[in-house]
Design a protein around this ligand. Sequence first.
Ligand code: VG1
Ligand code: CO
Length: 543
Amino acid sequence: MQIETISTKPYSDQKPGTSGLRKKTKVFIEQNNYLQNFIQSLFNVIQIKGKRLVLGGDGRFYNSESIQIILKMAIAGEAKQIIVGQNGYLSTPAASVEIRKNKTDGGIILSASHNPGGINGDFGIKFDGKNGAPAPESVTNAIYEQTQKIDSYKIAKMPDIDLMKIKTKTFGKTEVMIIDPVKNYADLMEKLFDFKAIRTLFKNGFSLRYDALNAVTGPYAKEIFENRLGAPKGTVTNGIPLPDFGGGHPDPNLTYAKKLVDFMYSNKASDMGAASDGDGDRNMVLGKKFFVNPSDSIAILASYADITKGYKKSISGVARSMPTSRALDLVAKANGWDMYEVPTGWKFFGSLMDANRIVFCGEESFGAGSNHIREKDGLWAILFWLNILAKTGLSVEQVVKNFWATYGRCYYSRYDFEGVDANAAKQMMDGLIKKLPELKGKTVDGLIIKKADEFSYKDPVTKEKSLHQGIRIFFKSGERVIFRMSGTGTQGATIRIYFEKLVKKPQQMELDTQKALAKLIKAALKISRLSQITGRKEPSVIT
Ligand code: VG1
Ligand code: CO
């Protein structure tokens, strides 16, 4: 086999964000060797020769072409084995399962997650280490450094490899093993949750509507819900992965999964509604005319650990990302579990899990998971919910309201201002940071500021430090507001503001979220001067 060495020049913008490298699809296609540069840089860092990797993606536009390029580069680099999902498909959680089960040196996931796909959409690359977790900053920084000085890459000159059939074939020194992307993942779910109880639930007429948003989870959901759990055919909607996700935005939230939300708020609603994002690591859960806030969701799941098959043993601890509401803290406190607060991005949970410090973790951005893998896991969370409903006989709404009655209710909302002018966004954040020392003690719209700072984190296991992880403002009456810049957007800047208020009095728990938080939202916008500086009056997405 002929190996070509092709000269290339570095690009300055290949710095991975919160979750890998994410850019406009056209950047990957039109800028010469954009993908190749990043992959060769990655291969240089991990020293690809003799290594074993998992490879797959969420099926978005450019998935197939990228997989062929990466395979040929891995063959040129003399990788020992590449395990590829059939058709090039692997959800992010399934990739984590395969990395761990096959004990590979890591895995490459081609996805821009919840960002839209297609030629005018986004494309991305995530890299997981051998524990199956997103690579830590030390690794992504090393990759970035390589991209700054790369001058050539290696690729095997050969025809495309057929990924349609499940089989194993060797090319040069590299074995390419094509696997069923669903089986190992579904088997693991069956070990964690009580499939028998959930089967009975469906048999007794319980209805679920799962919207795969034409992204990667369709085949997983069909196998698990319809085949293994006996839910009626049609439970999974938009179940065929499409390169442009059918023109939709594969982000399971109230704005982008509108069709499912409208259905769940109609009189025809199913008992439960659910959706996942492009690469299958996020989840949204709805009851009849009822939305489950993701911060509540992870807290509720953790509180029901003992009814599952997989989490009966004692729980060491739990963790949440800093902006996630403190509902989980209340569960941890009641159960005597350790509690960790980490920066946004799943990589920070990995080291805590490897050190057996935590079992469950979650993010407000529709992410929940456990130590069964090292990525967040959309279908896992949905199955956990089904397990709870099957065992308790309660509705989604009843489960949530019982939780509030026991622990109190953390009113929670996130405002996303997408596509903001990058300079204006920076000006606003810098202005706020400068103002932090003088905020303490100030009263804004009747709310007294108790503390204002920037969140930084030192990993208790690896001792790695992460600075500037978001601005926090705490109020005397218990409310909290956080300002962060997104690390996953691809156009301009995205500013996220997170609002939280804990209420313990039962009679105050029935309020509408936006009403309950109105005063706080107004005060936060005033403090940040967001409208004046960015010219934006309304957020693009409200959760
Ligand atoms: C967002 C979320 C964060 C999540 C990340 C990756 O990051 O806020 O909680 O871990 O996406 O999720 P940011 O920096 O844009 O706020 V996924 O499903 O895109 O891999
Ligand atoms: Co995702």
